[in-house]
Design a protein around this ligand. Structure first.
Ligand code: 13P
Ligand code: SF4
Length: 302
């Protein structure tokens, strides 16, 4: 089937299934183009919580679809490729977090949404990269904070708030590939370009950035900043919305190897199959969903 035929079939199925298509900005361009909404983890969770659709086709990775299923238990949540997981989310298990909590009585646990439902269920509050600083700033200063699983986001939050956080040693393999030397080389090659980085990058790279924010923060920064040229230290999928929204500006990826293989497992064909077969479904057992809902709801309310 051609891309046009797939898009036509997708539109028919969307109507038939009363579905909404949500896509993270790291998805392949054609998947983003076929979506009703493109955004970051925070924006997409808000949309998943508020949609009236019966079916959510979540083009992202497993933890995102799982979050949607927790927020909208009455809806059918589909992930086009069941194998689209997040390696960082798998870097902490509920057993590991349970033991860490036990060793730190009285400490508060902040779980980055890039974590499993079972890990979220053990957390006091969730955060995304868009609100992590505000979420931690809202916690009582006299409490110790355990931050899981992203050590880089945790370190960034700690430095922004000048507050000590206990960090789990997880990381995003895609963002970890970006090195400070690459920033120096990119600046030499593109003098005058501004460097925008995602806080999942290493601290040594973040030190070299002009601006640090979540994917939606980077999109907003590049839209509003009058500069013409930008170097982007984030997963390369984000270059699609940046270039589409800003035809007069030039965007360079810090490196083309910042390509998340999990995000790229979804495709137009798999989206069509998912809506035809109503699978792969992502669901969370009600008892676990209830426990995981609370820290997510606290985040969305704050
Ligand atoms: P955002 O929090 O900016 O959506 O990105 C996180 C991420 O890496 C999604 O995989
Ligand atoms: Fe996980 Fe990183 Fe891929 Fe996001 S980009 S899904 S954090 S591995």
């Amino acid at each position: 089937m051609s891309v046009t035929d797939l898009a036509v079939r997708l539109a028919e199925l969307k109507k038939h299934r009363r579905a909404v298509i949500l896509a993270h900005s790291y998805q392949p361009p054609e998947v983003q183009e076929a979506a009703d909404h493109v955004g970051d983890s925070l924006g997409l969770s808000r949309l998943a919580a508020g949609t009236e659709a019966e079916t959510i086709l979540f083009c992202g990775v497993h933890f995102m679809a799982e979050t949607a299923a927790i927020l909208s238990p009455e809806k059918t949540v589909l992930l086009p490729d069941a194998n689209a997981g997040c390696p960082m989310a798998n870097m902490i298990t509920p057993r590991q977090l349970g033991l860490w909590r036990e060793r730190n009585p009285g400490a508060l646990v902040v779980a980055y949404v890039n974590s499993s439902a079972a890990v979220k269920a053990l957390a006091d509050i969730c955060c995304t990269s868009a609100n992590a600083v505000e979420i931690v700033a809202g916690l009582p200063r006299d409490k110790r904070v355990l931050f899981v699983p992203d050590r880089n986001l945790g370190r960034y939050v700690a430095s922004r708030l000048d507050r000590e956080l206990e960090l789990w040693d997880g990381f995003c393999p895609t963002h970890e590939r970006m090195l400070p030397e690459m920033a120096e080389a990119a600046r030499r090659e593109h003098p005058g370009a501004l460097l925008a980085a995602h806080p999942e990058c290493r601290p040594a790279l973040l030190d070299k950035a002009d601006f640090i924010a979540s994917t939606s923060g980077i999109v907003k920064f590049c839209r509003e900043n009058p500069a013409r040229e930008f170097i982007i230290a984030s997963e390369i999928g984000i270059l699609h919305p940046l270039r589409k929204e800003n035809p007069g500006k030039i965007f360079h990826p810090l490196t083309p190897v910042a390509d998340c293989p999990n995000m790229k497992l979804n495709s137009l064909e798999k989206m069509v199959w998912a809506l035809e077969d109503l699978e792969p479904v992502v669901s969370v057992k009600p008892e676990l969903a209830q426990k995981a809902w609370l820290p997510i709801a606290r985040m969305l309310e704050s």
